[in-house]
Design a protein around this ligand. Structure first.
Ligand code: ADP
Ligand code: MG
Length: 243
């Protein structure tokens, strides 16, 4: 069983709006897949279906061998080991950085304070923010807040990390540090599904790139092919706008 994420025949509609149409996607263990495509093409919806923030209209999704679309699956248990990082940082503003990292560990994983603190500090160190444990989120730059959000997700020992345009809300000079952390995770063998407009990152880090448009996967393959030498006209048009 080497597939970490298996999606087959995924459809998602909001009322009469068909947002995803027949998506098939397998992400292997340790693989980094970047999803690119124009705004409104269904990238976020795809990610949100993987951890059941959206209920698929049709199709099957399995994560780490657990079919999350099976009505009998314990969703909280399945979601526990799927890390997600959004464009906005979504930190709890009234809690310190350390507390942001320990809340879910204690409530959801039932770790005691000492263990949760230990894991939190380890992950803050991993994202280069060990010295910010006692800061409040508002005292940090956007890039630092996003790294805290990544450390928070990592503190839950995820089997897979989903990133939805994690650097899109950042000032340009702060993007590099966040991408650097993500690159480190990829090097450590984390399975990652990343929606991004950072083509350089996709080129260098992705094992595979998916180009989505209009709710379908138009083209996929190694970055050198999809970004470097796209086959489809729609991919070329998109890339000519973003590169
Ligand atoms: P992307 O992330 O590629 O920009 P999204 O997945 O966010 O695209 O959105 C795809 C389409 O689905 C858009 O037309 C968007 O307006 C629509 N959409 C997304 N979420 C909802 C929702 N909760 N209700 C209705 N329409 C939605
Ligand atoms: Mg989106």
């Amino acid at each position: 069983m080497s597939a970490m994420i298996e999606i087959s025949g995924l459809d998602k509609s909001f009322g009469s709006l068909e947002v995803l149409r027949g998506i098939d996607l397998t992400v292997r263990r340790g693989e980094v897949v970047c999803v690119i495509g124009p705004s409104g093409s269904g990238k976020s919806t795809l990610l949100r279906c993987v951890n059941l923030l959206e209920q698929p209209t049709k199709g099957r999704i399995a994560v780490d061998g657990v079919e999350v679309t099976d009505p009998d699956t314990d969703l909280d248990a399945a979601r526990r080991h799927i890390g997600m990082v959004f464009q906005g940082f979504n930190l709890f503003s009234h809690l310190t950085v350390l507390e942001n990292l320990t809340v879910a560990q204690r409530k959801v994983l039932r770790r005691d304070r000492a263990e949760a603190d230990r894991v939190a500090r380890e992950n803050l160190d991993r994202v280069g923010l060990a010295e910010k444990a006692d800061s409040m989120p508002a005292q940090l730059s956007g890039g630092q807040q996003q790294r805290v959000a990544i450390a928070r997700a990592l503190s839950m020992n995820p089997n897979v990390m989903l990133f939805d345009e994690p650097t899109s809300a950042l000032d340009p000079e702060l993007v590099g540090d966040v991408l650097g952390v993500m690159r480190g995770l990829a090097d450590e063998g984390m399975t990652m599904l990343v929606v991004t407009h950072e083509m350089q990152f996709a080129r260098e880090v992705a094992d595979r790139v998916l180009f989505m448009d209009g709710g379908v996967v138009v083209e996929q393959g190694p970055p050198a092919e999809v970004i470097g030498d796209p086959k489809e006209e729609r991919t070329r048009t998109f890339l000519s706008r973003v590169l």
